[in-house]
Design a protein around this ligand. Structure first.
Ligand SMILES: [Zn+2]
Ligand SMILES: [Zn+2]
Length: 303
């Protein structure tokens, strides 16, 4: 009888914890917010590459293409993602230092600060990140000086524009109570990494820019979500010969991605940083090659 009471007590305790979780369920579940699905082309509907992994009301950014802070602000205002309120942006990972992935860096450093971020930004990425960071801070020295001097409007929290830049190598690069982040080397025109996020409820892999490579397959290996770049052959055929050669070495076609995804076996494949004649052309081309579940990413989609 005493045993039964103990069991009942445990069941009641679990029910009460589950009940509490379900009330706040939306905030405890890992979500992917596509902040920018674009490419270097300045398409007003597709911001530069930037993705947020949101866990327990904390956002972890991957890449900061142009428009990153305004898209985060839109996700907060229009989609109710509290973690993407700009002053809360404080951890970011960069896949590589191409401008389309980093033009929003100054925005990410300074905009949240001017509206109230009080802590330094923590940024992780390949060699050269520290150099880029130092130069950006130097480039904005007049702004920093005038905002933090005795007459300045940010003098009460002068740390908010600081950046701790961490240059990484492959392996676990970040860990806290929400997430473990593992970097893996990819194949692009410079030192580049993809990232795997492991949280309590999901495994998510993001490719950055890359040729199809074994390390992406191994990083996913049946993961919940693979977010991967892609180019359709029809779109590539419209580009200059030099870009076609470049893409052949450093990007992925739909045929290559289909083959990669068949081996990586993600439960969901999200296409981002996509180059195609149109969204429909990309969908049809991929559908013809890949039988698994996939979506063509759109800015501010949430998965
Ligand atoms: Zn690139
Ligand atoms: Zn790119």
């Amino acid at each position: 009888m005493r045993v039964n009471c103990a069991v009942l007590l445990i069941i009641l305790l679990i029910a009460s914890i589950t009940g509490r979780q379900s009330q706040t369920g939306i905030s405890s579940k890992t979500r992917i917010v596509l902040l920018g699905t674009g490419t270097p082309g300045p398409d007003p509907d597709r911001s530069g590459p930037a993705t947020a992994i949101v866990v327990n009301d904390t956002a972890y950014l991957v890449d900061f293409g142009p428009g990153v802070v305004r898209r985060a602000s839109a996700a907060f205002r229009d989609k109710g993602i509290a973690a993407l309120e700009p002053t809360k942006l404080r951890v970011a990972f960069v896949t590589h230092l191409h401008s389309d992935h980093t033009v929003g860096y100054a925005d990410l450093i300074f905009t949240p600060w001017t509206v109230g971020r009080r802590v330094p930004l923590e940024v992780y990425g390949p060699k050269g990140l520290k150099h880029m960071t130092e130069h950006l801070l130097e480039a904005y020295s007049v702004d920093i000086e005038t905002r933090t001097n005795p007459d300045g409007n940010q003098r009460t929290f002068p740390q908010g524009h600081n950046v701790n830049a961490h240059e990484i190598t492959a392996g676990v690069v970040y860990k806290d109570t929400n997430v473990t982040v593992t970097a893996f080397a990819t194949k692009h025109a410079m030192e580049s990494y993809g990232y795997r996020f492991d949280t309590a409820d999901r495994s998510i892999v993001i490719s950055g820019d890359t040729n199809p490579i074994r390390s992406t397959i191994d990083a996913c290996n049946g993961c919940d979500v693979l977010i991967h770049e892609v180019h359709t052959p029809a779109a590539l055929a419209t580009r200059p010969e030099t870009f076609q050669q470049f893409a052949g070495k450093y990007h992925s076609t739909t045929a290559q991605l289909a083959q990669l995804a068949q081996q990586a076996k993600p439960r969901l494949l999200i296409l981002y940083h996509w180059v195609a004649l149109s969204r429909e052309e990309l969908f049809d081309d991929m559908r013809a090659r890949y039988a698994g579940l996939f979506v063509v990413g759109r800015d501010l989609d949430i998965y």
